[in-house]
Design a protein around this ligand. Structure first.
Ligand code: ADE
Length: 241
């Protein structure tokens, strides 16, 4: 997969593209990620990429010319152009999974007050990472890139996304590591006894409990199996006590 990120601030990506799992994935050629400086595409003599809005109003608007020229110079029939905007549809794990199937993603980061509306005509998808407004699309582009790249083949251990929060629709169960007793805080006995059936039962039940307590909306949107219903009834009774 190739990801091209169009931004006015390519230096913001230096740490992101060089460290940790994303840095390793790039070094191991699991993904190619480029930053493209939008300013390199302006034909405006002072290098401007933005201007004041027609009709008045606060702030500056990204102009069509540099964005159209930039996107048209890199897009192919295989590309998907995604605009980072708080007006986009809410990004979630299921979208990250779908996007892993694409060969070429172009992520367009805005800055200032927003985009000239005509830019939307060359965009395939608009994504928001949440109901808050950031100073630009760079952090959303990093969040979206990170969530996609970690799902690509060979980037992290194959079964470690199996229990990820949201990928199985519910939140992940609580996790522990050594020591078994830390200053009197104990790891649940069931996780240490080596009984894999019991451990799987515990994980499912505690995933359901977390979801019930923290994100009941996820339960409403999912058709529970008979087993899940039974376990959830037990959890509801326990939590009422
Ligand atoms: N640009 C500014 N805020 C944003 C958000 N919440 N999501 C995506 N892009 C943005």
């Amino acid at each position: 997969m190739k990801i091209d990120i169009i931004t006015l601030f390519p230096n913001m990506f230096t740490g992101f593209l060089n460290e940790s799992i994303i840095g390793r994935a790039i070094k191991e050629n699991k993904v190619e990620i480029n930053t493209i400086n939008l300013r390199d595409f302006t034909k405006e003599k002072h290098g401007h990429v933005d201007d004041t809005p027609f009709g008045g109003g606060a702030g500056m608007i990204l102009m069509c010319q540099p964005v159209f020229d930039c996107i048209n110079s890199i897009r192919t029939s295989d590309s998907m152009v995604i605009m980072m905007t708080p007006q986009g549809c809410q990004f979630k794990q299921s979208i990250a999974k779908e996007l892993t199937l694409k060969n070429h993603l172009i992520l367009l980061c805005g800055h200032y007050e927003g985009f000239d509306e005509r830019i939307r005509s060359i965009v395939d998808l608009e994504l928001s990472i949440g109901d808050y407004v950031l100073t630009g699309g760079e952090i959303p582009a990093m969040a979206i890139t990170d969530s996609i790249v970690r799902l690509l083949d060979g980037v992290i251990e194959d079964d470690s996304h199996e229990y990820d929060s949201y990928s199985n629709w519910m939140l992940e169960h609580p996790q522990y590591t050594k020591p078994r007793n830390y200053n009197g805080l104990e790891v649940p006995e069931v996780l240490c006894n080596g009984n894999h059936k019991e451990i799987e039962k515990y994980k499912l039940k505690e995933s359901l409990r977390r979801t019930y307590l923290r994100r009941p909306d996820l339960l409403e949107n999912h058709k529970l199996s008979d087993e899940e219903k039974l376990i959830l009834d037990g959890i509801i009774k326990e939590e009422k006590c």
